[in-house]
Design a protein around this ligand. Sequence first.
Ligand code: IPM
Ligand code: MG
Length: 367
Amino acid sequence: MSKVHKIAVLAGDGIGPEVMAEAIKVLGTITSKFGTQFEFSEQLVGGAAIDAKGKALPEDTLAVCEQSDAILFGSVGGPKWEKLPPNEQPERGALLPLRKHFGLFANLRPSICYPSLTHASPVKDELIQGGFNVLCVRELTGGLYFGQPKFRKEIDGEMTAVDTMVYKKSEIERIAHVAFKAAQGRRKELTSIDKANVLENGLLWRATVEEVAQSYPDVKLSHLYVDNAAMQLIKNPRGFDVVLCENLFGDILSDEMAMIAGSLGMLASASLGKAKGDGLYFGLFEPSGGTAPDIAGKGIANPIAQILSTALLLRFSLGLEAEAQAIETAVRKVIDDGLRTGDIYSGAEGTRKVNTREIGEAISQAI
Ligand code: IPM
Ligand code: MG
């Protein structure tokens, strides 16, 4: 009998459950077309878990994740839980601890602008004609997100907030290797982002990336300060191949890239730990776009980021390359056929506005 792949399914809040339903449908089609067997375990996380169990990351959710081959994650958070103490909120109580617990230091965010979707981008057509494909490699378990000390308290009679940016050389090295290896499989161009003109972290980042570059003579490395990068990415996205960032810079620039590509609803992501002996990775796969509370429950969200995240799960955690490509090809086909959720619909001739379920079904059928 062939292997049954165990997937922990954490849909979370907002549009999470709606877009997750379409991703699961797509995996059902993968089973019927390829015979690949999956076992899904749906678990509560984020605000949904706070409401049902009093905490954002319940023990049984974590236990199921530990016993699974990968985590398929929706999104967490929303106005309902924003008044809770910060560490109990969905983001800091569930998502960040999951990343840290599993050592998921490498976050890959492929920002793809499909040629037929350039109109959805706020950027002028002439700058993105033909589309583009930029991979953001974001460090995910260090920097300002996790550095200690981290507090808000009264100091000398005044409220004071402290976040600490910390990177060890080894943390920079391991993410740099991920980025160089990714570049080797692409156009072989890597842009490393830092703020070496101001931050000690930036100096160490740049020097370490330079050192790691010695092992990858085939990759062309360049450096940009983060403010300049924000500008260059919007001016000439086609000029970039792989972009390497620390945690906060990657958070910001990956949203920028998603929007330049047309919609946050298209940006998939893979958060990976160290490679296992078999060359595969334990990972958490999630759309980068968040819970979109304004459209949650309406059935109109774009499920493509969730579906493409599922393809990344098949590729990186299960080694199912053919199945991953089948999903990616199906997404491309449905876009070429003119189906559009509201976020990417512009009324152009030959296109049709559809809802979450319709586009999910069309992608399933195209596999
Ligand atoms: C992301 C999100 C998260 C982050 C939030 C929800 C904590 O913005 O994955 O980009 O900042 O990492
Ligand atoms: Mg973000």
